[in-house]
Ligand binder design. Structure first.
Ligand SMILES: [Zn+2]
Length: 199
């Protein structure tokens, strides 16, 4: 059957759809992070609006920045990471395996503290966050930054108690501070200490 030209109405509809898709895309594609493991090291791969590949070392992980159009598993990305890792040899060592808290251990800590504090988080989510160590939603969902796996455990514990305390008290007022004093008397020190680590 010969192709019939699209009706004007259909053409307009399709165009409108296409352009709305285009408009929506930048927000959701602005930045996405995947955490991979390379030769036993955590490597965060971030897809961003950029043209070239870049690698940097933070105190607990390697961060690789790649353009949106490249996939993290692409050969060029792998080669770039391997070359970069070889050059990192002379930098101070990353945390040893035994100093790392696994995501499962973090979740177990949340559950233990939840029992101790008499709270019930609905969901515990672990994900790479760029600006915060953790957060707590008004719906009682607790989110923790996977970077907590690489800070001393007592500091991760502080973040957990802090977020769980928000299930009782939403703001940071006197009632919140009293809760922190009760459950973690040295929380102020821990808070100062974790703030010396880049998120
Ligand atoms: Zn808070």
């Amino acid at each position: 059957m010969p192709k019939r030209p699209l009706s004007k109405r259909l053409q307009r509809l399709l165009n409108a759809q296409r352009s709305s898709r285009k408009r929506r895309r930048p927000a959701s594609r602005r930045e996405s992070t995947t955490v991979m493991e390379y030769q036993g090291l955590p490597v965060k791969v971030r897809r961003q609006k950029r043209r070239s590949l870049m690698m940097r070392r933070t105190y607990h992980a390697i961060e690789v920045f790649i353009p949106h159009w490249l996939h993290k598993d692409h050969n060029d990305v792998r080669a770039f990471i391997e070359e970069g890792l070889a050059k990192l040899d002379d930098l101070p060592p990353l945390p040893q395996r035994e100093e790392i808290t696994t995501p499962d251990e973090l979740r177990a800590m949340v559950r233990e503290w939840a029992v101790r504090m008499g709270v019930q988080p609905k969901r515990i989510t672990l994900r790479a966050m760029t600006r915060k160590w953790g957060s707590c939603s008004s719906r009682d969902n607790v989110t923790l930054n996977t970077a907590l796996c690489y800070v001393p455990r007592r500091l991760a514990e502080y973040v957990i108690v802090h977020e769980l305390a928000h299930l009782i008290e939403l703001n940071h007022g006197p009632k919140f501070k009293a809760l922190m004093d009760a459950y973690l008397p040295d929380w102020r020190e821990r808070e100062k200490e974790i703030n010396t680590y880049p998120v």
